[in-house]
Design a binder for this molecule. Structure first.
Ligand code: CA
Length: 247
């Protein structure tokens, strides 16, 4: 374990990346945090668990994004450049009762009280283990939506079984060795079976790039997956868009 440290209100523990039990997938999360390292780090953990994550680097951007994407949960940092997280929370609450988890600083114990009074559903004190945040996200989601989809169990489609808990894939009765990214990519494709997914979207959700990364990376990994899984592995090319998993 090592620490990622980028500022006084922002160190978090890095652990291993094994997915935890009780994965809740396809749920959209908006992360409002101006510190890019922290944001991409948290986003990576959430995406690992199958969440769709969008990030906003300021309070006003967070409010705009929240209105556009109507996330199922918002993670909101208090220390933001334009307005503080309390103000963002206050404004969001005028429009919606989306679950909000606030990120507070350890040296400001009153923050959590204020946050909860403003209508936040939970809070996490920095620094934290990202796995704990993931657990908190799931628990809040379960609380507000007991029917939330749980996909901790293996996904099976088109002769392929992917077990997120064990990080194992089998196809045609044999084990298939995949790299971390190949695994994540296949997982994401399988969870979104039947949907055409753009290269940009795959790049963002699997690699966590919040900028225009090189989409050829996606093609290279798809080719590897097809090679390893045999045939086209149920992964169809969608002309002009990207790929689609057809189980
Ligand atoms: Ca911040």
């Amino acid at each position: 374990m090592h620490r990622v440290k980028t500022g006084p209100d922002s160190d978090i523990m890095d652990g291993d990346l094994q997915p935890q039990d009780g994965i809740m997938s396809g749920t959209s999360v908006l992360l409002v945090e101006d510190e890019k390292n922290i944001a991409s780090f948290i986003a990576m953990y959430l995406r690992k668990e199958g969440f769709m994550v969008e990030t906003a680097g300021s309070g006003s951007e967070g409010i705009v994004r929240a209105g556009k994407m109507t996330p199922q949960l918002i993670i909101l940092d208090i220390m933001l450049p334009d307005m503080d997280g309390f103000e963002v929370c206050r404004r969001l609450r005028r429009e919606s009762d989306v679950p909000i988890i606030m990120l507070t600083a350890r040296d400001a114990p009153t923050d959590k009280v204020v946050g909860l009074e403003l209508g936040a559903d939970d809070y996490m004190t920095k620094p934290f283990d990202p796995r704990e945040l993931v657990a908190r996200v799931k628990s809040v989601l379960r609380r507000v939506n007991p029917q939330a989809r749980e996909v901790s169990s293996p996904v099976t489609a088109g002769g392929i079984t992917l077990d997120p808990g064990r990080h194992e894939v089998s196809a045609g009765g044999g084990d298939v060795k995949l790299t971390g990214k190949e695994f994540d990519l296949l997982h994401y494709l399988m969870l979104n079976a039947g949907l055409a997914l753009s290269r940009q979207q795959l790049l963002q959700q699997v690699w966590g790039y919040d900028f225009a990364g090189d989409t050829r990376t996606v093609d290279v990994h798809i080719n590897q997956l097809r090679k390893k899984l045999g045939g086209n592995a149920g992964i169809e090319t969608v002309r002009g868009i990207g790929y689609k998993f057809v189980g």
